[in-house]
Design a binder for this molecule. Structure first.
Ligand code: ARG
Length: 322
């Protein structure tokens, strides 16, 4: 359909022709140079881990971890992460460090990348509410709806999706109006049809085929408009092909490093207002660390062992917002 419009109005080869629409791997016919610029969020929201616990098995990492959580250590690690963000605020990398309280009975709420997807269209702040795969995690979402509404956001609800886990599965292309949507474990493709029309943004969907890479944020880290680091075992051949079409340089991380260190759950921040770049990553990676250094990031290594027992690390433990 878009090709027809393109051919019918040869004088109107505008950038708008790519939005909104969902592009499964193998159907992408545009280049990153066709895309509009995106306003990137520079505020960090954290959720206090007071009620963090491991009560069931929601992913491969949680297997056998019930009862093994060291809650005091978890709090220490969370405070350490928060202090890194506060330092990044002092240094002008991020604009603000915000906090939402945890809630009793919401043991996974600390992973606040999952309950929403914040967005900005012009001056309007929008937030898409997630549809969590696990019943127990659905309780977390209303707390975020209340929080963002009070901050002046308009909450948006998905229509046809049966599951969608926010920024855990939806990762923007750096600087541009394009989203990558992981599906198969915690989000479905209908979610991206809804998201694309609600936000007026194109989405490239990527099927996740490995149980350890159950969210896109466990296996895919865009580093710049042209560079990405990832674990190829997480994706289909078609998925890898489209990623290769959108990024000219791929840093491949060995699957063992990706699973044992959670390095592909690093949080990379590039503040384009002042050019400052910082990355926060779980301690212990080597290949990923080298890629971050090579691409100009100041790296902060931190310990998130207690959160990794629940299948999450740095990227999952924050939400970027406006
Ligand atoms: N225990 C949580 C779950 O399985 C961990 C979520 C991690 N979040 C993420 N964005 N990868 O839902």
């Amino acid at each position: 359909m878009f090709d027809q419009i393109y051919n019918f109005y040869p004088d109107k080869m505008t950038k708008a022709f790519v939005a909104p629409a969902v592009y499964p791997a193998g159907t992408v016919h545009f280049k990153t140079t066709d895309l509009e610029e995106r306003t990137e969020p520079l505020k960090v929201l954290l959720c206090h881990p007071e009620y963090f616990d491991i009560v069931d098995v929601k992913n491969a990492y949680m297997e056998g971890q019930q009862g093994l959580l060291d809650k005091n250590l978890a709090l220490t690690q969370w405070n350490e992460l928060k202090s890194i963000y506060l330092r990044l605020k002092e240094e002008g990398v991020v604009e603000e460090v915000l906090e939402i309280d945890g809630a009793a009975g919401c043991e996974d709420m600390v992973f606040c990348a999952n309950q929403t997807f914040p967005w900005k269209n012009g001056d309007e702040k929008l937030v898409v509410m997630s549809k969590m795969h696990h019943e127990s995690r659905r309780r977390e979402v209303p707390f975020f709806e209340t929080y963002f509404t009070a901050k002046g956001y308009t909450p948006l609800h998905l229509k046809n999706a049966t599951m969608f886990e926010g920024m855990g599965d939806t990762i923007p292309h750096p600087q541009l109006k394009l989203l990558y949507g992981g599906y198969g474990h915690r989000s479905d493709t209908a979610a991206y049809e809804d998201l694309s029309s609600l936000l007026q943004v194109p989405v490239i969907t990527l099927q996740l085929i490995h149980p350890n890479f159950y969210h896109l944020d466990t296996c895919f880290v865009p580093l710049s408009t042209t560079e990405v680091m990832l674990c190829k075992e997480a994706f289909t051949a078609d998925g890898m092909k489209v990623i290769g079409d959108m990024f000219s340089k791929i840093y491949e991380i060995p699957i063992n490093e990706a699973i044992t260190t959670f390095c592909l759950n690093a949080h990379v921040i590039h503040n384009r207002k002042n050019g400052k770049k910082a990355a926060i990553i779980q301690k212990g990676s080597t290949v990923a660390l080298k890629a971050l250094n090579e691409t100009g990031y100041t790296v902060y290594e931190t310990e998130t062992s207690e959160f990794m027992k629940s299948g999450g690390s740095v990227f999952c433990m924050k939400m970027m917002c406006y």
